[in-house]
Design a protein. Structure first.
Length: 368
């Protein structure tokens, strides 16, 4: 896939850390939520190996946060997701599929409950803000909805725990996965969650003041040499191996949460009301026809998606959604939407890429 330069404009937002990242040698960007997301500083393979043994800081300010407050905030958030939030607690992060009236995937965010009447939805690349406003208007709900001015730094990798302990104190090591709390650095308070878009462990720091965030970023790199700290970005092969899905790549509004492997978050038998509940009941009762699966492909050079996957009779049995070369498996790994009858471990397939044919096999997610 050919790369092109991005022309910056007022419609393409930078972040409080963009100037620092460019001085650190960022090579490529992509765009999420009309905002710059760094993708590489060296090579995907070098950054993959470094992430698995050391620690990186990612500017993931593209993860915008939709803040919903008011008397009907809980009702609105529940209407948006098929996950039952009736027993949700402050201090928890909830991975929650957001679906439309047809049961199609709108997004797969983390939802933070700050109070009964105050929630934040941390989104990937989709129009959740407009979706929430539309439901609120249609239901005449008493809520305020806006994009919060919050930028996020992710600290990821096995050495993230020691680095964060040095900066924020020993209490942060007690923070459990998908929990959040407030921690202080130089008198400034930060909401920090035990989360992140990698399987190597780490934290996400939610920053409400740009100047404070820049000071924090600089401090990390002032003390980071002992941890071999480097700037980084969500790593394509690492997240594919880990089964971490990407909205807009692995799943679209034409896919439902059953197909995406989110069945444990589809609470159809509870008393909650949410958009698409009847549609998802029908999808469940009619039987799931497709499912996202992992794939291993016998080639070292493939960074494409939307490629048909074929059986031995050259019939289309699936579609490759994401792919990248894995330094661990020494071949390409990917995520594919497969017809249900072919979702068998070690099921063989083939793909036609330009003028050649390559073979592969189906595997579970995460890929092991």
């Amino acid at each position: 896939m050919k790369n092109f330069f991005i022309s910056k404009s007022r419609r393409l937002r930078s972040t409080p850390f963009t100037s620092r990242i460019e001085k650190q040698g960022v090579k490529n960007y992509t765009v999420y939520n009309h905002m710059l997301l760094p993708t590489t500083f060296s090579t995907a393979e070098e950054e993959y190996l470094h992430l698995k043994k050391d620690v990186q800081i990612w500017d993931v300010s593209v993860q915008r946060e939709i803040e919903i407050s008011g008397a009907d905030a809980h009702e609105l958030v529940q209407l948006m997701t098929c996950r039952d939030l009736s027993n949700s607690k402050t201090g928890n992060c909830y991975y929650a599929p957001i679906v439309d009236i047809n049961g199609g995937m709108i997004n797969d965010p983390l939802i933070y409950k700050l109070k009964d009447d105050l929630w934040r939805i941390c989104i990937a690349d989709s129009d959740v803000l407009l979706f929430a406003k539309g439901i609120a208007a249609g239901k005449n709900l008493r809520v305020n909805i806006f994009e919060a001015n919050i930028d996020t730094l992710a600290v990821q990798g096995p050495k993230s725990f020691k680095l964060m302990e040095e900066v924020f104190g020993s209490d942060i090591t007690n923070l459990k996965f998908f929990k959040y709390d407030f921690f202080t650095f130089r008198g400034k308070k930060y909401l920090i969650s035990r989360s992140g878009y990698s399987k190597q462990g780490g934290y996400e720091i939610h920053i409400e003041n740009a100047k404070n965030g820049q000071d924090l970023y600089d401090h990390f790199f002032e003390i980071g040499n002992k941890y071999n700290l480097k700037p980084g970005a969500p790593n394509h092969p690492e997240r594919i191996e880990g089964g971490l899905l990407s909205y807009g790549n692995d799943m679209l509004i034409s896919d439902n949460p059953f197909e995406c492997g989110f069945e444990k978050y589809v609470n159809l038998d509870s008393n909650i009301e949410f958009l698409g509940k009847e549609s998802l009941k029908k999808i469940r009762d009619d039987g799931i026809k497709r499912k996202l699966m992992g794939v291993k492909i016998d080639t070292e050079n493939l960074d494409l998606n939307n490629i048909d996957i074929l059986n031995n009779d050259n019939r289309v049995i699936g579609e490759l959604r994401s792919a990248a070369y894995s330094p661990y498996f020494k071949k390409v790994v990917g995520i594919a939407m497969m017809k249900m009858e072919y979702c068998k471990i070690k099921e063989n397939f083939k793909m036609k890429i330009i003028n050649k044919s390559v073979n592969g096999e189906i595997c579970n997610l995460p890929i092991t």
